[in-house]
Write a protein of this length. Structure first.
Length: 329
């Protein structure tokens, strides 16, 4: 991406709903226990949206903070992308709802669907709009309300997910900083391993789809786990090579927060000490598109990055998809 202007993060914000659902709360709903959930996933609790909150409400709160931290007004925004698999409605897009709520009158707006990889896919998309000069800035939000598509009678999935939103504003930054490389990919053959089958044009909503629980997340956990370990490694290596960096040069590793064991396998492969890895899966569980920005923004709030640090973000998810990027903070 040499020769074009440098693009990086100029503002950050996050939001999680107030209500906390702990492992012991889940013990009362399904046949599970804290010991199993913590040892198999690293999750202790997750935040759950209030009945009146939709994905755009979470996204809006994160967006306001990101704009504030960038020192920008909504009117200055050129582009809004919301990465989500739980949009408020099929259409209009959640990005259009945010555009109106913020009063970002000049901004183009669309949603991007790449499940848990959606935030990195969106960063790549918007970075290229800015690098080529079509736009000067963009608001990227990863937001999901997975609780709305979770079957709380299915112990295989209901312990894993939470709700939240993370947002960044990106724009031109001094040469030598910003995004150095992206590695995006998809393996559509694995689509059936992690999906929500009902309500689309293939299987429109009907009493039968409701009875068959086709409006909930279905996941083959073991197969997704194997995919995750494989692509976390390969995408990390690919994106480092593209950036001309070595694993020793990573100052902060920001992985998708799905399962502590997946994160640890990536850390082992990179020989990373714990202080170089952001882990908050214990507090928020898997929040899909919000997971990486929640981790990144929390790290920023805790001053874990200083100017010039090399940050590597990597995620995987439904599609199946993966996305990684290297950023000089
Ligand atoms: O963002 C991308 C989305 N997804 C992921 O990243 C998920 C990737 N997969 C995983 O994280 C793991 O595969 C899981 C956490 C979902 C499952 O862990 P696992 O070590 O692969 O467990 P398993 O599916 O092999 O199940 C082991 C046992 C089973 O019992 P049996 O058949 O051996 O008797 C399950 O029925 O654990 C049982 N089990 C539970 N027990 C207590 C499954 N869920 C639970 C539960 N509580 N909540």
């Amino acid at each position: 991406m040499n020769g074009l202007r440098a693009v990086g993060i100029i503002g950050t914000g996050k939001y999680v709903p107030e209500k906390i659902l702990t492992n012991s709360d889940l013990e009362k709903i399904v046949d599970t226990n804290d010991e199993w959930i913590v040892s198999r996933t690293g999750i202790k609790e997750r935040h759950i949206a209030a009945p009146e909150q939709a994905t755009s409400d979470l996204a809006y709160e994160a967006a306001i903070k990101a704009l504030e931290s960038a020192g920008m007004t909504a009117e200055e925004l050129d582009l809004i992308i919301v990465a989500t698999v739980t949009p408020d409605t099929f259409f209009p897009s959640t990005a259009c709802i945010i555009q109106e709520k913020l009063g970002a009158k000049r901004a183009a707006a669309f949603d991007l669907s790449a499940a848990c990889s959606g935030f990195v896919y969106s960063l790549a998309t918007a970075t290229n709009f800015i690098k080529t000069g079509m736009y000067n800035n963009a608001l990227i939000i990863g937001a999901d309300c997975l609780s709305r598509i979770t079957d709380y009678t299915d112990r295989n999935t209901c312990v894993l997910f939470g709700d939240g939103a993370g947002a960044v504003v990106i724009g031109e930054v001094p040469e030598g900083r910003g995004f150095l490389s992206f590695d995006l990919g998809a393996e559509g053959s694995g689509g059936p391993l992690l999906n929500l089958a009902g309500g689309g044009s293939r299987l429109p909503s009907s009493p039968q789809t409701i009875e068959d629980k086709k409006h909930f997340i279905y996941m083959n956990g073991r197969e997704v786990f194997k995919f995750a370990v494989r692509v976390m490694g390969s995408a990390t290596e690919a994106v480092l090579t593209k950036a001309g960096k070595t694993k020793e040069e990573i100052d902060l590793f920001v992985p998708h927060q799905a399962n502590i064991r997946i994160i640890q396998s990536a850390m082992n492969r990179l020989d990373l000490p714990p202080e170089k890895c952001v882990i908050n899966v214990d507090k928020y569980a898997n929040t899909s598109a919000a997971s990486i920005p929640l981790a990144l923004v929390e790290a920023a709030e805790q001053n874990r990055m200083k100017e010039g640090d090399t940050v590597l973000m990597v995620g995987f998810g439904g599609g199946l998809t993966w996305g990684a990027c290297v950023l000089v903070w």
